[in-house]
Write a protein that binds this ligand. Structure first.
Ligand code: UDP
Length: 423
């Protein structure tokens, strides 16, 4: 059995598979976060095992990303995609498989970092069973989400209870923005210990190409005024607001305006349904000739799209952090975003972009136009955005902060955690 001081960590992400293609239904920021944090921690000398749920028999059980970093997939419920809201009853099987895996590999995870509320429940069981120290990142708070949607799912009360318990019992909660911390305190609990460590991005890849070269590569006119959206097709992402704002743009009548909406979808699934809805709005407004939907953009091509754009728009109804905003900023492209959550932390209005009230079509239209009509200001905003991301939001910087946090808990004997539990 390994000693307690060995730098070994389990990152648990039940529904957000870190080894999967990003940009499809339910695969978004959390997958990117876990994968990059895992790889950056491994570069810092951590032994990183990332645990997720297997969604088909064809998937490999173990994916090795680098020498010290791998994804391990467990069966929990049927070997098929299950929407997040239906996953809870399969979690005991996930815990059982994790305990079995520890036995087989002769390891014990004294330190676990859980992601999203399902994983927090898994983590709390490991804490009860074997005294593991738990760090938790929410990625989304039920208490916030249920304020912004009409149909509250059946699982809501379970989720809210789990989210409160983990805040009060985990060794540390990682909030990714001051705004998220504030929501935890005002909506979840005043107890528990919270640190703010943001999400990060790849500052080498994003920012590696300039606008002119990117447009040449993508075959986009150098004179075009290009607006970009990147993200999942989900009504709460606010794509409709963006499309309607572009319809109201002062530049609508020119032949120069273009909008690209990047993101994957599967026909018939919830993201496919949202894509159809957006496409029918585009047709209804007569905008099909200057709006394109290229589908999922791979992480390799994304830096080129961000660089090609004059402005990237993040019109979400709510966003706990919003990776897309910092990816665009890292690429030197200003951001127009909803004035909510983590976007209020990453985007500095009038300095790196502009903020508009969520779902406010006129405010989005005027913010987008202000940047499109002033290329010099666009460049200034872009430069300041890049600088902000380089100094605050690189994955290596984020992993360094997490590593320091984990080290505090590795130095505490595991027995102590058990004692605390019995108090
Ligand atoms: N993404 C991607 N390809 C796409 C659409 C999205 O790689 O076609 C990535 C995007 O680059 C970002 C993540 O998915 O890293 C979305 O994260 P964000 O925090 O913005 O939103 P979430 O999906 O967590 O709601």
């Amino acid at each position: 059995m390994n000693s307690t001081t060995e730098k070994r960590i389990a990152l648990i992400s039940v529904h957000g598979d870190p080894a999967i293609e990003i940009g499809k239904e339910e695969a978004g920021g959390q997958n990117v976060y876990v994968r990059h944090v895992g790889e950056a921690l491994a570069r810092l000398g951590w032994q990183v095992d990332m645990f997720t749920r297997k969604v088909s028999a064809e998937q490999d059980t173990i994916v090795q990303h680098s020498q010290n970093c791998r994804t391990i997939r467990f069966k929990a419920g049927p070997l098929e995609f299950v929407p997040r809201d239906d996953l809870f009853s399969y979690l005991p099987e996930f815990v059982e498989n994790l305990l079995k895996f520890q036995k087989e590999e002769d390891v014990k995870y004294n330190l676990i970092h859980t992601n999203y509320w399902h994983s927090s429940w898994v983590g709390m069981q490991l804490k009860k069973i074997q005294g593991s120290k738990q760090v938790h990142t929410y990625h989304s708070l039920g208490a916030v989400k249920y304020n912004t949607i009409e149909n509250i799912p059946l699982i809501a009360s379970q989720r809210l209870a789990v989210e409160k318990e983990v805040l009060e019992t985990a060794e540390r909660i990682v909030a990714t923005s001051p705004q998220e911390k504030e929501h935890m305190r005002s909506l979840v609990s005043t107890q528990g210990s919270i640190d703010i460590i943001p999400c990060g991005t790849d500052i080498q890849r994003f920012g590696s190409i300039d606008r002119q070269a990117a447009r040449l590569e993508l075959g986009i006119d150098q004179q075009a005024k290009l607006v970009l959206y990147v993200g999942r097709f989900d009504p709460r992402k606010g794509i409709e607001t963006l499309v309607r704002a572009i319809n109201e743009s002062k530049l609508r009548a020119s032949n120069n305006l273009r909008l690209i909406i990047g993101g994957g979808s599967t026909p018939g699934n919830s993201d496919g349904i949202e894509r159809d809805r957006i496409e029918s709005i585009i047709t209804e407004l007569g905008m099909s000739d200057f709006i394109t939907l290229p589908g999922r953009l791979s992480q390799d091509i994304l830096p080129t799209y961000y660089a090609a754009a004059d402005v990237c728009v993040v019109p979400s109804h709510y966003e706990p952090f919003g990776l897309v905003a910092i990816e665009a900023m890292a690429s030197g492209t200003p951001v127009v975003a909803s004035d909510v959550g983590g976007l209020q932390f990453t985007v500095v209005p009038e300095e790196t972009g502009l903020l508009a009230p969520p779902q406010d079509i006129a405010a989005f239209a005027s913010a987008i136009d202000r940047i499109l009509v002033n290329p010099e200001w666009r460049d200034e905003l872009g430069k300041a955005g890049r600088k902000r991301v380089v100094t605050k939001f690189s994955w290596d910087g984020v992993a360094n902060q997490l590593s320091e946090l984990y080290n505090q808990f590795l130095q505490q004997p595991v027995k102590e955690a058990k004692l605390l539990l019995t108090k």
